[in-house]
Write a protein that binds this ligand. Structure first.
Ligand code: DX5
Ligand code: ZN
Length: 219
């Protein structure tokens, strides 16, 4: 499967969102990653459907919404409506996860399942037949700019084995603390989709150059 960079706009300069998105697009980023937080599932608030709709108007790139919210079911139709292509939900807070994933598919979106750093890979065994993406968090969700937790590397390899056993295209995404230094180890462990926030939007080399450096490592 083609390896991709997903730019997380969480730490972008929102006073100039169009400029920030234009820069990642011209740098050659593959997807835009939207971090949705409710101040309840995670101790932070971020963006909602209004900003996502604005992003949709600013680029034709695919967009994935990472829902870090206590009631994803309520918002799945809303994020589908504002134009996201893939919606990811956490396994940790959802006793009816299969129904939630099915409702994402029913809305015409691809469905992703997310594991926090402390959640073992086998927690998602029973949903592997429905998901289009597995997201392994490499920081505790809630904030950009945190340090990569390297103890998640074996879990990435474990999830890769689970994907191979499914014998169909499922993305393996890693999110949190990813930069050019850690990326080669993630590729080696079997990941193919890399969410990058601060290392793009807070990079002293500039946004476009940051994306290009990351993309070179995927070749
Ligand atoms: C954390 C988010 C991430 C994060 C990425 O809850 O899911 O997408 O903000 O940003 P960096 O790359 O700065 O860790
Ligand atoms: Zn995210």
């Amino acid at each position: 499967m083609q390896k991709i960079i997903n730019a997380s706009i969480l730490n972008a300069d929102f006073s100039n969102l169009k400029n920030q998105i234009d820069q990642v697009v011209s740098g050659g980023v593959d997807w835009i990653h939207l971090d949705i937080m409710d101040g309840h599932f995670v101790p932070n608030l971020s963006i909602g459907p209004g900003i996502v709709k604005t992003c949709r108007s600013l680029t034709t790139l695919p967009m994935d919404a990472h829902l870090m919210i206590s009631n994803p079911n309520m918002f799945i139709p809303i994020f589908a409506e504002v134009g996201v292509d893939l919606i990811s939900v956490h396994i940790e807070n959802n006793a009816l996860i299969y129904r939630t994933l099915q409702s994402i598919k029913d809305q015409g979106c691809k469905a992703g399942i997310v594991l926090n750093p402390g959640t073992p890979a086998d927690a998602i065994t029973s949903v592997m037949d429905i998901v289009d993406l597995v997201l392994v968090m490499s920081v505790e969700p809630g904030f950009g700019g945190q340090k990569f937790i390297s103890s998640v590397l074996p879990k990435i390899s474990q999830v890769r084995e689970m994907i191979v056993a499914q014998n169909r295209d499922i993305h393996l995404q890693v999110d949190g603390g990813v930069d050019v230094n850690i990326l080669p180890a993630l590729i080696k462990a079997g990941a193919d989709s890399f969410v990058v926030g601060s290392a793009i939007f807070r990079n002293p080399a500039g946004i476009g150059a940051a994306v290009q450096q990351l993309k070179q490592l995927l070749a």
